[in-house]
Design a protein around this ligand. Structure first.
Ligand SMILES: [Fe+2]
Length: 387
């Protein structure tokens, strides 16, 4: 826990079921401009959500242009194309309609439209001078948290490395949170994105950068996400659980944007850049093993997480509660049918040295609650593979 910290949430948040079909109104009230460049992906277009947002923007006086070339683990080349298209269109605002890949791409595209150049120039923290085209985020998954963070993770296709761009200028001006956008989310996507949200909360709460504000949000997020996640996976129509997951994900996003994530994300981003594994699936594969690794170092915080999950820890010691958490996280991943690391076709022990190196290089490694070496990462990849 840091004794010097700040808390700054530059994103205005509006929450309402059904909000996205009237999205144009709050956007019009907040921003002056007439040209909305919409970033989305083919799956979200197919769901009909992009059309609802576009219609509402047009009804509120905006001219729109849609850019849909976003892939999972978003790529620098697509963002550079999007930046060029946004500039050609003369966008006044960038509207992201989609999951984490879409919202992260929108941040990169807004930046490239304004500042030009190639994406790798802006890798790291605080490389952006001035403001960028205003970004509106409309998440369609409950997991990413990107709608309230100031960072974007984009794959550098030349280096096969996930770059993080981090600057307050990348924070969306407005996040429109409509739980209804997730009601028809397919089961597998619900499971993997929901686990991503849970990892955000767990890693924020155990991060060395945690502070009382991020702690409060992380614990509240865990209280919502842990019980709701299996319900949403087994019964996607349960609106109460869908709503809880959406708000939990939002809280977890605010928490980790102030406290950072840890080793689970470092390993997930490493396999995301080499194997193109979807982010939520990758996180889920490593959460139990990393939690076991970390729990021994800070049993008290892990026992508190167990309690926030609603597990009965009343007659348990701190050690036993932390151990129960590790077991329950593994059970949850199994219950919602997250595949194991060794079920990945590409997973190959010959890559583990490189994966460990990439994980070590990740900017979040120093904030993991337990010091973690390249060799520790190697052993964790091996442990998950041999499970
Ligand atoms: Fe994540």
């Amino acid at each position: 826990m840091k004794n010097k910290y700040g808390f700054n949430l530059p994103t205005r948040i509006e929450v309402e079921a059904g909000l996205l079909k009237n999205a144009g109104l709050p956007i019009r009230e907040l921003l002056v401009g007439s040209k909305a460049f919409i970033i989305t992906d083919p799956g979200v277009i197919e769901s009909g959500i992009t059309a609802k947002v576009t219609d509402s923007l047009i009804a509120n006086g905006f001219t729109t242009s849609v850019f849909e070339q976003v892939q999972a683990n978003p790529k620098d080349v697509d963002c550079e194309k999007g930046g060029y298209e946004a500039r050609r269109f003369g966008a006044d605002l960038i509207v992201a309609v989609g999951g984490g890949s879409v919202i992260d791409s929108a941040k990169a595209i807004a930046m490239l439209q304004t500042l030009g150049g190639s994406l790798s120039q802006y890798e790291g923290k605080g490389k952006i001078t001035g403001s960028v085209t205003p970004i509106i985020a409309i998440p369609t998954t409950a997991g990413t948290g990107s709608e309230v963070t100031r960072s974007a993770v984009i794959t550098d296709t030349r280096r096969k490395f996930k770059m993080t761009l981090k600057d307050i200028a990348l924070a969306p001006r407005l996040a429109l949170i409509d739980p209804e956008a997730t009601y028809s989310l397919p089961r597998k996507l619900t499971a993997s994105t929901g686990m991503d949200a849970l990892v955000h909360a767990v890693e924020a709460y155990t991060s060395l950068q945690a502070n009382p504000f991020s702690d409060a949000l992380a614990i509240a997020a865990i209280e919502k996400i842990y019980p709701a996640l299996p319900v949403t996976v087994h019964n996607g129509c349960d609106k109460q659980a869908r709503d809880a997951l959406m708000i939990g994900s939002l809280m977890a996003g605010i928490a980790f944007s102030h406290a950072d994530v840890g080793a689970v994300h470092c390993m997930a981003e490493a396999i995301g850049s080499i194997y193109d594994t979807p982010h939520g699936v990758a996180n889920s594969m490593f959460l139990p093993a990393v939690t076991a690794f970390n729990a021994s170092h800070n049993k008290k915080r892990h026992a508190r997480i167990a309690s926030a999950c609603g597990l009965d820890v009343s007659n348990l010691t701190t050690d036993q509660a932390a151990e129960l958490l590790v077991n329950k996280l593994a059970e949850l991943a199994e219950e919602i049918e997250i595949p194991d690391f060794n079920s990945l076709e590409q997973a190959d022990p010959a890559d583990f040295a490189l994966l460990a190196e990439l994980s070590t290089q990740n900017g979040s490694t120093p904030n993991n609650c337990r010091p973690i070496s390249e060799n520790d990462y190697y052993e964790l990849f091996l442990e998950c593979y041999n499970k």
